[in-house]
Design a protein around this ligand. Structure first.
Ligand code: UD1
Length: 338
């Protein structure tokens, strides 16, 4: 069965391609390589022994999207990762984000709504909840005004899919709201490859430990949490990738209860920044050079998932501990730098 993975050379995309191939699906990747490399395919092949089909083009090219679907009329499901994801850049260049993340979604859905049946998984984010009033966060928590154009593209993206599903019974879709994806494949054949200075905590930690960055800045220790640092729900990327496969299977097997559903994908456990540092130091055996600095603008105090819906309806549960996830991130960093 043929599945299209857009952005399949990216961090979460490549891990999902591996899990799909491990389950026997044939994968076609579309990626414009704006934030990834065709080299990733080698990693995918060394993990699975199988090569996905790869087509390099930009989904903003509507005619190419059309032409792609006319050549691949046997695609049974689409997992859509391709998007820009840098919060700061989205504030500087909102139109780039609205075009990259939303026009591409519209073009894909236009093709899918022409098919007799289609199954669509969308990369959403816990960022839609903002600072939730109650923790852990359930899917019923209200969507808050977005903090950035990036966050807004996730909210609007969900609305576009919801509205399209409402009038298109042949289209079944699931939006997965990711918490904080971290780690790398245990083989260290694929992992995260941030370009430039990492904005996210874990790649900054591993790059500091390997000597690429001098010091990690911990953004604030005066939050109302146990140690004053922010709390997040860090989920191993392989667990997250597996959630995509079970979500797709739910649609393919018509187990969905509505043709648009939303699931949180997290571990259900929150960790503070200092707990992450401690765990990293334990698994790597390295002392991390860090300093407490001022809060980062736009950061929320705490977010972690109530995962009951995914546990019950998808039969999925995150397996990896924080230690294990960080250990895989460290193994990957060491491999990349050597
Ligand atoms: C960030 C984005 C969010 C996006 C998510 C994707 C912002 C404000 N939010 O979320 O929209 O969906 O990435 O993965 O950019 N931290 C440090 N020092 C660092 C980096 C981070 O102390 O150098 C802290 C942060 O304050 C935060 C935690 O580590 O408490 C996690 O940060 P990060 O990895 O950037 O993720 P989010 O802020 O949750």
């Amino acid at each position: 069965m043929k599945i299209l993975v857009t952005g399949g050379l990216g961090f979460i995309g490549s891990h999902t391609v591996v899990e799909l191939q491990n389950k026997g699906y044939d994968v076609v990747i579309i990626d414009n390589c704006s934030n990834s490399s065709p080299e990733v395919i080698k990693g995918i092949i060394s993990v699975t022994g199988k090569s996905p089909i790869f087509e390099k083009f930009d989904l903003r090219e509507k005619e190419k999207v059309k032409e792609f679907f006319s050549r691949h009329n046997d695609i049974e499901g689409v997992i859509h990762f391709a998007a820009s994801k840098a919060v700061g850049e989205s504030v500087e260049n909102p139109l780039l984000y609205y075009e990259n993340n939303l026009s591409t979604l519209v073009y894909l859905l236009q093709e899918l709504t022409n098919k007799a049946s289609s199954h669509f998984i969308f990369s959403s984010s816990c960022t839609v909840y903002g600072q939730a009033d109650e923790l852990p966060i359930t899917e019923d928590a209200p969507v808050k005004e977005a903090e950035s154009p990036y966050g807004n593209t996730k909210q609007i993206g969900e609305e576009i899919i919801r509205d399209t599903c409402r009038v298109t019974p042949s289209l079944k879709a699931i939006a997965l709201r990711y918490f904080n994806p971290i780690g790398a494949h245990p083989t260290a054949e694929i992992g995260e490859l941030p370009i430039g200075v990492p904005q996210n905590l874990i790649p900054f930690i591993t790059q500091t430990a390997i000597g690429l960055r001098e010091q990690l800045s911990v953004f604030g220790d005066d939050y109302p949490t146990s140690d004053g640092t922010c709390i997040r729900d860090y989920i191993h990327v392989v667990d997250l990738a597996k959630a995509h496969v079970v979500a797709l299977q739910r649609l393919l097997e018509s187990k969905n209860t509505s043709n648009y559903e939303v699931f949180n994908v997290g571990t259900g456990t929150g960790s503070t920044v200092l707990e992450v540092i401690q765990s990293f130091e334990k698994v790597s055996g390295k002392k991390l050079n860090y300093k407490i600095v001022d809060r980062r603008e736009g950061d929320i105090t705490a977010a972690y998932a109530d995962t009951s819906k995914a546990n019950n309806d998808l039969g999925w549960k995150a397996q990896s501990s924080l230690d294990n996830s960080l250990s895989s991130a460290w193994k990957w960093e060491q491999k990349v730098r050597n």
